[in-house]
Design a protein around this ligand. Sequence first.
Ligand code: GTP
Ligand code: MG
Length: 345
Amino acid sequence: MKVGIFGLLGCGKSTVFCSLSGIRPADAGRREIVLGTVKVPDPRLDELSRIFRPKKTTPAEMVFADIPGSAEALLDAAAVAQLRTMDVLTLVLRAYQSPFLSEMPDPARDFVRVEEELILADLAVVEKRLERLAKEKTPAAAGEMDLLRLCRAHLEDGRPLRTLSLAEADAARLKAYAPLSQKTLLTLVNTPESAPDRVPEALLAAVTAHAGTAMPLCAPAEADILELAPGERAAFLAELGQHETARDRYLKVAYGALGLMSFFTVGEDECRAWTVRNGTDARRAAGVIHSDIERGFIRAEVVSYADFMEAGGSESRARAAGRYRLEGKDYRVQDGDIIHFRFNV
Ligand SMILES: Nc1nc2c(ncn2[C@@H]2O[C@H](COP(=O)(O)OP(=O)(O)OP(=O)(O)O)[C@@H](O)[C@H]2O)c(=O)[nH]1
Ligand SMILES: [Mg+2]
């Protein structure tokens, strides 16, 4: 899962990147993208690892990308190109007074500005594609043109594609163009230390109307917290009136907004968490591990984490209690399933 952190010049993107990834990007004014990988904490995986004592424990990962701002445009072409490759867009909105910027902070205003840029970028793609399709004159092209005209009308109305309800097949077809305004949007309000956990009403209303999510954080303080030893973080957080880091809060919000869940594979060699979308079937889940396992899928042997723990974290007792199930390729994987795939290559 790749998360693009973006926003207007000097809104605090690199500080937010640091508060989520724990990595301080070198100098300001840099033009290249910086990546940081975060291990997604999951107490269930810790528990499984304690039981199986594997050689290796591998949590799920999320990759954050710090996309540089631009002095020339609200969103320059390089940022737009980067954002197209991301699974989630995380827009940083400045709510603190900056000594480097003359404009007063106004997150709702900036949200509207950036959202307009995303919509315009998508309109340009849709228009170009429509022009090309008009020359094809095939039934397939005609069908696609209907879909794109629907999108164009929606975008011309100033609305993001996130809020356009489409049949699953059409939504998938649209994804081929990687439209920015269709991607899941999480906004992070970078608040001053004096009002750390407030999302302004006006912003919340605007974001909600555009099917986005808003979360407040005080990026410089959160970046400092990640530099402390894990044992020292709780006291610092309490001072901010929080009980978890912005990173942990963010991961929960992101998993919820994206409809993500985890299943586990366990054994003496490795205990590992895998991330899939809600509703993923067993065969596709196998493909997340390896395409060979997906291709040669025979059966999935499944026990839920809860059932496994109820059997005292013992495989043999869980088996004796009939908690292991053999599931076929269409089985919908559930959050917390412990799965052993049987396959044939
Ligand atoms: N007071 C205060 N200062 C902040 C906050 N967030 C960032 N800053 C400061 O604002 C300046 C710009 O922050 P950056 O994180 O570099 O902003 P950026 O969006 O990455 O900037 P560009 O990449 O140049 O567009 C730095 O001096 C930060 O220390 C905040 O929440 N409060
Ligand atoms: Mg930066």
